[in-house]
Design a protein around this ligand. Structure first.
Ligand code: HEM
Length: 266
């Protein structure tokens, strides 16, 4: 118990907590991005993957609660360290002006982190909780159904994502948010390596450049989804879903044909 109190009570301990929780989230955002890219493989692939995740049942809730714990600890340690820094240096160097040589990424860590946290809340309401009010279309995303080739009826996450990003300002918000995410990680990944004691002369340039490359790859991997939809990917598919949703007989439940050809999504 004493060791836990010492870790949570010391500046070094908080830096470790921030680094390790950040590392966990870097793994999550990388995995999530790879999963999302299956959109470009068509409805069968993306919906199979989403149904697999939903099928994890209790394990999914363990992962969700674990993620929530990581986010809470990351935010807490960041805020606590920022309060400690301010207390140690009540008058900032340069009277509030940016420190010489400090990058945009390092200067925007706190505000960028807050924007990302707000985005994640919106994103969960948008695509996980499927709250109608935040998709700005008044459509019940939870009741979009897709019939797999094996006959299983699953949630049409493919249609939901296309539908969601067909609202240009929602896509723009996602693009801005993933821009902040990339900026945050371009500094965060190298800061995390430094906190974990990996800042050696030989490795540092590779770590610092690797962090930037990883951040850019994440930006591109995420941005290509709303960007692709805005550029017309899956237009015919979403038009078909839209017409079924607005048809009075079907109300909000959309039944897709059992043999949905992948090419139709292009
Ligand atoms: C364009 C980019 C993105 C797309 C297309 C996307 C897509 C999705 C979808 C479809 C879901 C719901 C899955 C389901 O319940 O079936 C989801 C959940 C989620 N996404 Fe994203 N996402 C994107 C970006 C991000 C980013 C940048 C983050 C983190 C910073 C993120 C974090 C999450 C989280 C935490 C969940 C909730 C997972 C759960 O509880 O099941 N997403 N995403």
């Amino acid at each position: 118990m004493k060791i836990v109190a010492r870790i949570f009570g010391s500046t070094l301990g908080k830096k470790y907590i921030m680094a390790l929780t950040g590392l966990g989230m870097v793994f999550f955002v990388t995995g999530h991005m790879i999963g999302n890219l299956q959109l470009f493989l068509g409805p069968e692939a993306l919906n199979r993957y989403a149904a697999f995740l939903q099928g994890l049942g209790e394990l999914l809730w363990v992962v969700r609660l674990g993620m929530l714990g990581l986010i809470a600890l990351h935010v807490w340690s960041a805020l606590a360290l920022s309060v400690e820094n301010k207390a140690a240096r009540p008058i900032e160097y340069g009277h509030g002006k940016a420190a010489y040589g400090a990058s945009l990424a390092s200067r925007t860590m706190l505000v960028g982190g807050m924007i990302i946290a707000l985005f994640v809340v919106f994103h969960i309401l948008h695509y996980t909780a499927c709250v109608k009010a935040v998709n700005f279309m008044g459509v019940d995303f939870a009741h979009l159904d897709y019939t797999m080739k094996d006959g299983r009826v699953v949630h049409d996450v493919f249609a939901m994502v296309l539908y969601g990003f067909s609202v240009w300002y929602v896509s723009l918000f996602y693009l801005i948010a993933v821009g902040f995410l990339a900026l945050h990680l371009s500094h965060g990944i190298s800061a995390m390596c430094q906190s974990l004691g990996l800042r050696s002369h030989a490795w540092w340039p590779a770590i610092s450049n690797g962090a930037k490359i990883w951040a850019v790859a994440l930006f591109l991997g995420y941005a290509v989804v709303p960007g692709g939809v805005l550029a017309g990917f899956g237009k015919s598919y979403v038009e078909k879903v839209k017409s079924s949703v607005s048809a009075p007989a079907v109300t909000e439940t959309v039944q897709q044909p059992a043999q949905q050809p992948v090419q139709e999504a292009k």
